[in-house]
Design a binder for this molecule. Structure first.
Ligand code: B4P
Length: 192
């Protein structure tokens, strides 16, 4: 199975590139952001809890996201797919450890971690624009700054973790969507 982690700061293009990757490689798509937003829209207990964190630009607590992921993974892996793309998960070291464990229990492992490299001014510009277009509650300038702090403090240390295991594939993320995609496929094809 091809298990791709798509990694990067908020607005780096994880969701955008995932859409292309799932088609090319026949993958199931697990976006923890999408799952949490769906829960928020449906007004579930989990959604209400998540909203409090997401609207402030904070991460939803690890135990909540990790607990949610195992169910989603089993549900999505059933559909005759060739692997899974993990979009926005893991975002902390404990989440990374939980993912390794969850996959090992299923006789699998992370194949590659594609890290989209985009600088902060560009990230802010993209997210502010998305906020205007989509009205997403966490895409306003104040919340974006909080999300970037969270990324720098809690999420980016995962890069070291994956560098050590030889799984990290940094990709320049500031080109056109199609060009970024092309460069991702070069990296993925090497581990396929
Ligand atoms: P996510 O839904 O994962 O979203 P994101 O990081 O903000 O965006 P992404 O990188 O996917 O950007 P996109 O492709 O859309 O997370 C939202 C929140 O949910 C988090 O802040 C957190 O609170 C919570 N959460 C999610 N997962 C969690 C977890 N595991 N643990 C705890 N909490 C969790 O691109 C952004 C914009 O850029 C788009 O408008 C796009 O069109 C544009 N764009 C993309 N590529 C481009 C390119 N090459 N050039 C120009 N524009 C581009």
């Amino acid at each position: 199975m091809l298990n791709i982690v798509i990694f990067g700061a908020p607005g780096s293009g994880k969701g955008t590139q995932s859409e292309n990757l799932i088609k090319k490689y026949n993958l199931a798509h697990i976006s923890t952001g999408d799952v949490l937003r769906a829960e928020m829209k449906n007004g579930t207990e989990l959604g209400k809890l998540a909203e409090g964190f997401i609207s402030k630009g904070q991460l939803v607590p690890d135990d909540v996201v990790i607990g949610m992921l195992a169910n989603v993974l089993d549900a999505k892996s059933k559909d005759g797919v060739s692997g899974v793309i993990f979009d926005g998960f893991p975002r902390t070291i404990p989440q990374g450890e939980a993912l390794d464990k969850m996959l090992a229990e299923r006789g699998q492992e992370v194949s590659i971690v594609v890290s989209l490299e985009v600088d902060e001014p560009e990230l802010i510009q993209r997210l502010v624009k998305r906020g205007i277009d989509s009205g997403r509650s966490d895409d306003n300038e104040e919340t974006i700054k909080a999300r970037l702090d969270v990324y720098n403090n809690q999420t980016s240390p995962l890069k070291e973790h994956y560098k050590k295991t030889g799984k990290l594939a940094p990709v320049f993320g500031m080109a056109k969507v199609e060009e970024v995609f092309e460069n991702i496929t070069v990296a993925v094809d090497k581990v396929k």
